[in-house]
Design a protein around this ligand. Sequence first.
Ligand SMILES: NC(=O)c1ccc[n+]([C@@H]2O[C@H](COP(=O)([O-])OP(=O)(O)OC[C@H]3O[C@@H](n4cnc5c(N)ncnc54)[C@H](O)[C@@H]3O)[C@@H](O)[C@H]2O)c1
Length: 268
Amino acid sequence: MALKVGIIGCGTIGSELSRAIAEEMPELNLVALSDLKAEKARELAQRLPTKPQVLRTDELIDRVDLVVEAASKEIAGEVVEKALRQGKDIMVMSTGGLLGKENLFNLAREKNCRIYLPSGALAGLDGVKAASGGGIDLVTLTTRKPPAGLKGAPYIIQNKIDLNSIREAKLIFEGTAEEAVEGFPQNINVAATVSLAGIGPQRTKVRIIADPGIDRNIHQIEVEGQFGKLTSRTENLPSPSNPKTSFLAILSAIATLKGIVARIKIGT
Ligand SMILES: NC(=O)c1ccc[n+]([C@@H]2O[C@H](COP(=O)([O-])OP(=O)(O)OC[C@H]3O[C@@H](n4cnc5c(N)ncnc54)[C@H](O)[C@@H]3O)[C@@H](O)[C@H]2O)c1
């Protein structure tokens, strides 16, 4: 029997995941959608062959086997907790919302549920995860973005940074992953994801460079530990419909769902 899926957040990622489930994953049955703007969920539901129901977040969690969060950092922690308490698995895109709520991973173990975190716009997380088993001394994420991609971030507004006046690559932020997620909640889920895979949000260092000379988001991670050194660099093109979301992030979410489908097939 197909696994019942519900998606919370019908923007760029939610829409693409809905399309991928409908076209490529017959093992998943997308039964429900939810969005703060119900109209967006209704429009998306209309375009899908399975015509999922548009529900409130709580109703959706109630109705499905697998919850997909693709909405916002503000609700991610709450949605994960509600899903786990009902014994549901959940895939989380707004990973920044899990920082400071690492107890949710214990809850998942207690409830025998899974929290899936797609690798997002970053390569090399497998190495970070493996390395954390043997001791990591340092993790640094350096993110380069075109200035326009940082528009509207709380850190930019609070510090009155004029992005239009930046003429060459400029370091605009340096701090912990925890601080980066606060200052750039929509831009820097990669910082949250890498810190959850490695040494946590307080010890992971983040640098953000606004660079008018590039047309893509470039993430470089450097890790040093008992295993040696690891460097990975990912050059991301934005998704066509949302410059803040890298295309690879969408593809990583689709790949994670396909991994879940593969497990259903082999019965684990
Ligand atoms: N993990 C990663 O690597 C990664 C990469 C890109 C984006 N993201 C995150 O994934 C999330 C979705 O990204 P997107 O590009 O689809 O964004 P988007 O802005 O295109 O879509 C978000 C949708 O969620 C809805 N929404 C917002 N708050 C909500 C709430 N409280 N309840 C229900 N719906 C709500 C919005 O109305 C919108 O339709 C964002 O939090 C984003 O930061 C994560």
